[in-house]
Design a protein around this ligand. Sequence first.
Ligand code: PFF
Length: 454
Amino acid sequence: MDTTDQGKRDGFSSKFGIIAAAAGSAIGLGNIWRFPYVVGESGGGAFLLVYLGFVLVLGIPVMLSEFVIGRKTKSNAYGAFKKLAPRTAWPVVGIMGIVAAFVILAFYSTIAGWTLHYVYLSLTNAFQGKGTTDLTYIFEQFQVSGGLPLMWQLIFIVLTAIIILSGVKDGIEKYSKILMPFLLLLLIALSIRSVTLPNSFEGISFLFKPDFSKIDAGVILNALGQAFFSLSIGMGALITYSSYFPKDTNLSTTAFEVSIADVIIAILAGIAIFPAMFSLGMQPEEGGPGLIFMVLPNVFQQIPGGYFVSLAFFILLAIAALTSSISIMEVVVAFLVEEFKMKRRQGTVITAVAAAFIGVFCTLSWSTFEGVTFAGKNIFDTLDFAASNILLPLGGLLIVLFVGWYMKSVEVKEELSNSGALKIRLFSAFLFIIRFIAPVAIAIIFLNGIGFIK
Ligand code: PFF
């Protein structure tokens, strides 16, 4: 089905479908793979507090701003700015989003590929009887093996492209809404097991007891980057998605519900990981990007029916990754289809091939290109840093400035209230945040974090 091919645009059909699709974008590897290892590297509880503050004060307003832009214009991330601000430089924000989408797709598919490999390892019962040393070895051997992770990455990109091609409503909505509740249940089960392991308490206190001596400008920027990455904001993914929302969607409650769901999943992932890590005698900063792949197979083995839990977990994680990666790819595809009048199929193939090309360098960051580093970071870490800590915050900053200062406040209010059908409380607070608090806060955190100001 040629959904966004010129003329008629497709959309999401039900209210639950909208929230499920936006939550499907937000909830993904960012919560379950990225959050725990970034928390581990950033010192635990204090980072968590700062992160939660950023989600509430900056994340939700940025998300809401993207919704306003997307639904009002019914356009892709670039076209939306072009419609609202023709003959200005604002559409550059859309272009930045498209660049960010490529970068994220490239490294996201690396990790999603790892997840697929772990589905295969679960299936073949490869973790059975293995301790921490063996599990770490299994992961590291795989990570540096080159060809195998590449194969899985390509499979993942192809899967993403196939779903994108099946169209917005039929594709995205159908897959995301049935499966995510199962992931939640599994995470709850894993968390319960993790906190009941011997010596797990230290893990809980690491995650929840703030130690502010661990906080510095870099950690604060990490928290901002994590919040933006996890909420899928700052690059127009949610401009694109909300362009498919119907006119009666309540944007504010959607933004709120999606953000809360996102935070809950991340915290549950933290509870599943840290107590188990301490119980296994690992240090919280030890894991890096491989953290969940080394720790969770330990936990699975201590659960009745662990074989099935492990299999189900990695399958669901791969699906969560898929519902996020389609939202990333859709940013580029909607742009190509709407701005260059391409067929959806053509746009998808071009995007997938280009993403796979950059993706190869990410996946080979620990093998072939191990020696290629930028300021001490390998290719993978460099692209992750560039997207999460630079492009997304910058995009978010420009998006709030746009909605807060360029758009007329009556226009914004009109969109948020569905032309007056909804009562919106807190409108002035929202306006105050996007005009003053968010831009100043993001700018300071950003400039401080990259060492530009002290
Ligand atoms: N939010 C997704 C996750 O947490 O896995 C990743 C992501 C999706 C980032 C879409 C950015 C984006 F635009």
